[in-house]
Design a binder for this molecule. Structure first.
Ligand code: HEC
Length: 87
């Protein structure tokens, strides 16, 4: 019984993995700009590298202290949701 419970917790953990990116983003990034920033006509973001650099720059400015995997989760969230860039 315990094993089944543990397994379902693990499975739930994987399928919602990217809620982490969304939550971190909500926590730290929405006070200056909402999604309109990511969908503006003259977006500065041309490729996946630009996106990673910009997220890094904004996160460092804020002093979020994110670990690389947390930063990556936010990049993934923004890319899945808005930019849809090739890696
Ligand atoms: C202190 C205010 C502020 C906060 C907080 C902030 N940003 Fe920004 N962000 C900006 C400004 C201003 C720009 C536009 C910069 C420009 O046009 O040169 C921007 C632009 C961006 C862009 C590029 C948008 C585009 O398509 O051109 C991304 C991506 C971005 N921010 C991500 C983030 C993330 C991720 C966070 C959370 C770590 C964050 N920002 C938090 C001020 C902020």
């Amino acid at each position: 019984m315990k094993k089944i419970l543990l397994l379902s917790v693990l499975l739930a953990g994987t399928s919602f993995a990217n809620e982490e990116g969304q939550e971190l983003h909500e926590e730290s990034c929405t006070r200056c700009h909402g999604s309109e920033m990511y969908t503006r006509d003259n977006s500065k973001i041309q490729n996946h590298f630009d996106l990673r650099s910009q997220v890094s720059a904004c996160a460092n400015n804020l002093g979020t202290g994110w670990f690389p995997d947390e930063e990556a989760a936010v990049v993934k969230f923004l890319n899945d949701q808005y930019y849809k860039l090739e890696k």
